[in-house]
Design a protein around this ligand. Sequence first.
Ligand code: CDP
Length: 788
Amino acid sequence: MTATMHEPKTSPEIGGLGHSRRRVEDARFIEGRGHYVDDIELPGMLHMAIHRSPVAHAKIISIDTSQAEALEGVLAVVTGELLAQYDLAWMPTLSGDTQAVLATDKVRFQGQEVAAVIATDRYIAEDAAELIQVEYEDLEPIVSPQRALEDDAPLIRDDKEDLDSNLCYTWESGDKAAVEEAFSKAAKVVALETFYPRSHPAPLETCGIVADVDSATGQATLYMTSQAPHAHRTVFALVAGLPEQNIRIVSPDIGGGFGNKVPVYPGYVVATAASLVIGQPVKWVETRTENLISTGFARDYYMKGELAVDGDGRILALKVDMLSDQGAFFADAQPTKFKAGLFHIVTGSYDYPAAYVSTRGAYTNKAPGGVAYRCSFRVTEASYLIERLVQNAAYEVGMDPAEFRSKNFIKPEQFPYTTPTGFVYDSGEYEKAMRLAMEMVGYDEIQKEKEEARQDGRLVGIGMASFTEVVGAGHGDEYDILGLRMFDSAELRVHPTGKAILKLGVRSQGQGHETTFAQIVAEELGIPASDVKVVEGDTDNTPYGLGTYASRSTPVAGAATAMISRKLREKAKKIAAHLLEASEDDLEWEPGKFFVAGDPDSAVTIQDVAFAAYTNPPPDLEAGLEGVNYYDPPNMTYPFGTYIVVVDVDPGSGQWKVRRMVAVDDCGVRINPMVVEGQIHGGLAEGYAMSSMQYITFDETGNCIGSNFSDYLIPTAWETPRFELGETVTPSPHHPIGAKGVGESATVGSPAAYVNAVIDAVKHLGIDNIDMPVSSDRVWAAMEQAEG
Ligand code: CDP
């Protein structure tokens, strides 16, 4: 259930903010007529397959490509040695590290790219890739960050001259002395040590490229599964030395990204280099296993948190120590200033004066990790830790977890609120969201039932998470990727007939931008949303932007869209005044038309104005009705909400089932309530997946267990619980339309609610933690151990 709390200001025909307009993109997706990278066929197109390392850590002694080269249909076999001749064996990553494109010296994770075959069809390419013989000398594989940081651990990144250990980064935030002082006065210190395991976004469509470099003109057209086509174009210009104006990245329909399509992968670079050298287009599309073992992992965080609490149940301070497993290359995108991303949002929804966060990242022999999997730069891990800690703290001080939260929430009048780690939260009404969720779920009745159930031999648990997250990077002074400021852009052109085209620097991967961004234009200019075409994902035809991830499209590109629409409305007003032979000051606006104050019949519509912009503009005004806005937000936006989960745990087997899942979200003003609900449904399903079944692990040799969907369990509709949604609306005061992002909220906020519910059901046995995923067998094991 949801009810939209704001009445739309525009008619359904105009379809501005607050209308649950059906997604226009769905027609082509439902009919199977989406156009993805793998649908692209070009004349003379060749196919690429990659030979990958079977071992996690080994020196390369020799690579024999002769059998592969001899196979009919093979045009070339590319090795790192060959790439090195063009200075392409290594590439920069979005975190300012370097990554091997094709291994030259040694392999550093299982599945690493060692060589590539270019052939006339994909089957031949795959067969030939298997014929490549590589001789390795095994080295000790390091599969945990703890082992990586031991003194006698072998050095993984011996390619880096200035590195003498596997420490990838250290970073800290907050005031250590103030925290120590607060801890010395605490009535209670509540500690939790927990591990958020490695996970993979596993989008429906794997990653791929069709690289088409025209050797005659030097024009490189790259059709890529890219969440950030403009930033990728710049990286390509830097890596390949191609002039940026000759690189066009086209990101066609994308079948899900979830952070997986943010990094630049070696396959993209090799296919482009091959097309450049051979002079024909080259296609490379990953198999499912390649996607799962070598690209864009997330999480893998070992976290230790401690809360200092006074005798009344007020939090005094938070101390966090975190160690991340980054894999062999630091390749995810993080803002330059923040090595552990925005993990320091870990202070959560609560008001206390002191916090200190220290973080370390270690290189290991695993694929690069750390992407923002439906998350803003490590916010999921942070939200999980604080919401698990707060729940446990409530138990320890003997308070109801909701009342403990209520006592410590930042109050509405405290906004803008500066956290002890330096974020300035824009707005929030945490208590209101929590009380609504409690009312929807029937909190008090379930608490009562819990006690009765235990007496009947049943286990019922209720768990809560009241998350705050941070979405919409920049501001550019604080947030950048490789120095590129995290602004975004919108270009709007209104044609003479009053129809419009909106071009954006972001790139939807299924979030429905074609529908919702048209609604922002409709709201601001009164042009029906159905008359606004939204174009994204083509660097030659859209303004520069940093891309879509970390729920930044609405806070940044959405703001740019509102700003440019308003600018065009100002110009439209001048044209309307000219048409009405009136003074601008005498004109009034209602969505879709200007009229002389007090004379509604005098109206000229926005369509009349658009026509006049090209046929009869005022003499002192430039013709046309178009413009571009680059929006560098003054601050991030801080969506929040409360999720409550009720579970039934079988005391005989540890099996648990979600009985109720209530999610109250506040993402400020909702552009399209139906799209928002879809985003929340998806996020809740992914949160459920991570809490209950979905993780990737490695054996002691570095062998990835989770390379297919039999081992890596993603939930189907069968396992996924039913969700009940509620909403509060606390606009962001600095966003032009009061919106906050929502795409990731449910994945960020919900895992703690699921886990808290399971722990709540078994806590009477003395269990205060079970590491994720909290699968039924782990619950059972914990119960058995607790009962001795
Ligand atoms: O950056 P990304 O598109 O992944 O995330 P988002 O900005 O949170 O937007 C996800 C989808 O929800 C987009 O289609 C937005 O326009 C829509 N949305 C909305 O309708 N109202 C909001 N307050 C936030 C997002």
